[in-house]
Each structure stands twice: as C-alpha cells, then as structure tokens.
Ligand binder design. Structure first.
Ligand SMILES: [Zn+2]
Length: 253
C-alpha cells in the first residue's frame, strides 16, 4: 500500500510501530543525505564519475593504496563533521524505548552509533569508514594516526608493524562480505515482526535479500524511500517521502 500523502503515511507507520514487538530497521544512503553525505551510487554520485578502487587493486599496488587514502582524507574534509539526521535520531529513540534491538545498515558513516545506538547493536554490512584496520592482524588504527604518517611521508600510506596493509574498515568492491555481519543481520531480520527499509534502493545484494526474508518470516514490511523499489508490491506500507520528515514525529523529546 503506497501512502497517499505524508500525514496518512506517518499515521499508518505509527500504528504499525505501536502494534509491533520487535522493529528492525534496515538503512541505506538515503537516511544520511540530509546529514550532507552524498549517495555515492546514485546517478551523478561520486562513483559514477570516479571509478571505485577494487580490493584486488588495493592489495596489488602501493599507488592504489596511496590513492585510496588520498580520497579518504579528501572525503574527511567534506563530510568529517556530519551529525546524525532525523532518521537516525528517531531510530535511536525507538532503540532506547526497547522497540529496536539493533539496526542493519549499508552505510559506513558511523551515524547510528553517533546517535546513541551501542556499536555492538549496529550491524554494518559494508563496514565503517571512520577508522582503519590492518588487513593481516586486524589491529585497529585511528584515521588521525594514519593521516599523520601519510602527510609526513608526502602522501604514502603507512603499513602495520606486522607488515600488513592498513585500510579503512570498509568492505571494498571485490572484497568478501563480512560473514559475522551477514549472520547477525539474518538473525535480526528473523527476530522482527516489523521490518522497515529506510533510504535503500534495495538493489545491491545482499540488501535485497533481507526484506524478502522478513516478509517470508511473517513480519510486516515498510519501505521508506524517495524512489520506487522492486519490493514495493509486497510491502505493507510504502512511503515515498523525505526520510527526515517521515521520522521527525518519532524523535523523543
Ligand atoms: Zn598488522
């Protein structure tokens, strides 16, 4: 059912949330656009102008690793100060109220954690770009540490003490999906009786699998996205409205 207008859509969503015992949100780039973080994959997005660095290229070439860090630090200047938006704050309020046991996200921006959801309750399918890890020993590095060495060496990316390469904790194109995150996302999905997809086009696999799994499991499905998705037909409610406007009434004051 596609909501005719914003008001009736919000009222219906409030009813569904009130009736649900376990609400599991699944978030994509659309929830962060009002925070100033562009949707990299959208038409006109960065990745349609600049080819992303594949994982195999990162491993094979020091120049690619340097370029990858150059891009990361350029991004920091643009979006480093991003704050949670209304969608993030609403989900954090539902989390504090005990309705939401955890959030599944395709985003790498750390904004769910910044909104107050415990880090171990945020399942990041594509990792996190706000810190780095060694690809060999998994040691964690802060971006400030990497940047200091990158700048001091004239734009060379530092390696770990163990000799491994240091990379943002994201899942790159061509890199395997994190098994642990996939398993936790599946468990969360199956635990829900209301699954809300927010700001995801639901095109990129494995994203597309979760709403379907929720629906098969008997949960109600809500899709909040600016553009139509191919799952709108099986959704119990579809809101094609601004995400911040849809979720503003759910922010606890
Ligand atoms: Zn290491």
């Amino acid at each position: 059912m596609i909501a005719h207008d914003l008001e009736t859509g919000i009222a219906r969503l409030q009813d569904l949330v009130a009736q649900a015992k376990v609400v599991v949100p699944f978030t994509g780039a659309g929830i962060s656009t009002e925070c100033g973080i562009p949707d990299f994959r959208s038409p006109g997005g960065i990745w349609t102008k600049m080819r992303p660095i594949e994982f195999s290229d990162f491993l094979a070439s020091r120049d690619m690793r340097d370029e990858s860090w150059r891009r990361r630090f350029a991004m920091e200047e643009q979006f480093g100060g991003a704050k949670p938006g209304r969608g993030h704050l609403a989900l954090a309020a539902l989390y504090r109220a005990g309705k939401v046991p955890g959030v599944i996200t395709q985003n790498i921006d750390n904004l769910h954690q910044a909104s107050g959801i415990a880090a171990d309750r945020v399942v990041e399918l594509h990792g996190n770009t706000t810190y780095a890890t060694c690809l060999d020993c998994a040691k964690r590095y802060e971006l400030s540490w990497v940047k200091e060495r990158y700048v001091a060496s004239g734009g060379r990316s530092p390696d770990c003490g163990c000799g491994g390469f240091i990379k943002t904790a994201t899942v790159s194109f061509g890199q395997a999906m994190p098994e642990d995150a996939m398993r936790r996302a599946q468990e969360l999905t199956e635990s829900s009786d209301l699954f809300i997809s927010i700001g995801s086009s639901l095109v990129v696999w494995p994203a597309a699998g979760f709403p379907l799994a929720a629906k098969r499991n008997g949960a109600r499905l809500v899709i909040v996205n600016r553009d139509p998705t191919e799952f709108d037909d099986i959704a119990d409610l579809v809101l094609r409205h601004d995400i911040g406007a849809v979720f503003a009434p759910f922010i606890a004051h």
